[in-house]
Design a protein around this ligand. Structure first.
Ligand code: PLP
Ligand code: ZN
Length: 485
């Protein structure tokens, strides 16, 4: 049928930066981070996108399904959706480290019961190579940097980010793979990151530079570099990252055979890049007729960092008013942001979502820190691998149910944005009841789990090897209440 579907696509788009603040447009042969005219955030537009409508929705679905068989590494990840992604890169530009094509794992039977029969599952974006969804954006950003170096004959670019968490882990990983032309550095506030947050960029061999102060001090240093040197900034204002993250939407649609009827997608909101990208992705599919309706999007925020929730909680759109909030300690640490840089992007795409899908097409739910922790532990006791932000999505689903915003027959797709292991310190605090007060989390003792000693160490020297084994085994039998066969 499509015997060419598995070959590298021939289509090339004409992309440009488009400023959401003032509407200015800039060519992509230069590195841009924010608008030089007004400081606004960019989107990337393919000005020949409408020519893609020459294929019908059915033809696109067939093509994309057939391309799932492609053997070229360049088409196995997020660039499976090449024409909708960054259709300027050549095959040799594309960096593939195994990102994307993450599974949606249905709620375990027990959890489905606990959720009163709710249909749904977690999309495990923690199964990306650096264990968070940030890899989707980095794969696109680094592929673009390769394209830029090749076409503009650039022999060196410095890729830099100020971050303490998943962004630096992803950036350092992709930079260490990409090698020579793209040098990378991560700038961190000295002494303000945990050993775990340092481990990934250090392990990738990144140049990790410390600045005494807080995250904002690092951000200012990085922005100074971007203004005065040829530096690619990899923070989430970077429009190429947003573009790569659209792949999440494409995968969700394809997973359900392009049928978005009754689908509800739950996304945690921090800097709001991810929810933006997911809405942008579904809108692209809709424009090409690849999906005939939109899913509903539920953004989720903690009551300790909820500026987007507060904005949308005002029913009358003309009365809404955006204001940054002062954040409090949050277990959804990767989403603990009081003034999200992508807020203008959210507004832009939410309006388009509502224009097509009606008022219930985009909603923001607020949850408590306690609910986030309890939900994460519940998910992981049921065979899932949710991080705290994944727990936030589950808490959001429960709240949406309470508010009557979603039916059991609808399918809830929860974004587990990172692997549970990345945020395991919060599980430790819960189990050992050592949460600092500012989080407002009181552990439910029944949930706590700790190893139990099966036999005392002193027995090791007192008993023969055989007796020691027999005694340890006997103790295990009684601790587990086993019956002989
Ligand atoms: C970055 C991040 C988020 C927040 O995403 P935004 O795009 O900033 O809204 C949520 N969860 C994890 C694990 C992250 O790394
Ligand atoms: Zn502008």
């Amino acid at each position: 049928m499509h015997h060419q579907a598995t070959e590298f696509p021939t289509y090339r788009g004409a992309m440009e930066y488009f400023c959401l603040g003032c509407g200015a447009r800039f060519p992509i042969n230069e590195l841009h981070y924010t608008c030089p005219e007004c400081g606004g955030v960019f989107l990337l537009k393919d000005t020949t996108f409408d020519s893609l409508k020459e294929r019908s929705g059915q033809e696109w679905r067939d093509l994309l399904d057939a391309r799932a068989m492609a053997k070229s590494p360049a088409l196995r990840g997020i660039f499976r959706y090449y024409e909708l992604m960054a259709p300027v890169a050549d095959q040799e530009d594309i960096v593939y480290l195994g990102e994307g094509q993450t599974p949606i794992v249905s709620f375990s039977p027990t959890m489905k019961d606990e959720l009163n029969g709710q249909t749904g599952g977690f999309k495990n974006d923690g199964q990306n190579p650096s264990a968070s969804f940030k890899d989707r954006g980095m794969a696109c950003a680094f592929s673009f940097l390769n394209y830029l170096c090749r076409t503009q004959d650039i022999d060196e670019i410095l890729a830099v980010c100020a971050s303490t968490g998943d962004t630096s882990a992803a950036a350092a990983l992709y930079a260490s793979y990409t090698g020579s032309r793209i040098k990378s550095a991560v700038i961190l506030p000295q002494g303000k990151v945990t050993p775990q947050q340092l481990a990934q960029p250090l392990g990738s061999g990144a140049q990790v530079l410390e600045v005494p102060g807080v995250f904002d001090d690092c951000m200012k240093v990085v922005e100074y570099l971007a203004d005065n040197y040829r530096v690619a900034l990899l923070n989430s204002k970077n429009a190429w990252r947003i573009l790569g993250q659209e792949s999440y939407a494409f995968e969700v649609a394809q997973w359900y055979d392009w049928d978005m009827d009754g689908k509800c997608v739950f996304v945690p909101i921090g800097n709001a890049g991810n929810v933006t990208a997911i809405m942008a992705g579904f809108l692209k599919l809709h424009r090409l007729g690849i999906i005939s309706g939109l899913p509903r999007i539920f953004g989720v925020q903690s009551h300790h960092a909820d500026p987007v929730y507060r904005y949308y909680s005002v029913e009358d759109a003309t009365e809404r008013h955006y204001e940054p909030v002062k954040v409090q300690a949050s277990v959804a640490q990767a989403a603990m942001i009081g003034n999200p840089v992508s807020f203008p992007r959210v507004k832009h795409f939410a309006e388009r979502f509502e224009a097509i899908g009606g008022k219930r097409a985009f909603q923001v739910i607020q949850v408590t820190e306690q609910e986030i922790m309890d939900s994460m532990l519940q998910a992981n006791r049921n065979g899932h691998i949710a991080c705290t932000q994944g727990g936030e999505c589950l808490a959001g689903l429960k709240r949406a149910r309470q508010l009557g915003l979603i039916d059991t027959e609808e399918t809830a797709i929860l974004d587990a944005t990172a692997h549970m292991l990345k945020f395991i310190g919060f599980q430790d605090m819960y189990f050992s009841n050592t949460f600092p007060e500012e989080y407002g989390v009181s552990p439910e003792t029944a949930m706590a789990n700790a190893p139990r000693l099966a036999i005392d160490a002193s027995e090791k020297t007192a008993l023969s090897e055989k007796e020691y084994t027999a005694k340890a085994a006997a103790n295990v039998v009684s601790m587990l209440g086993l019956k002989a066969k």
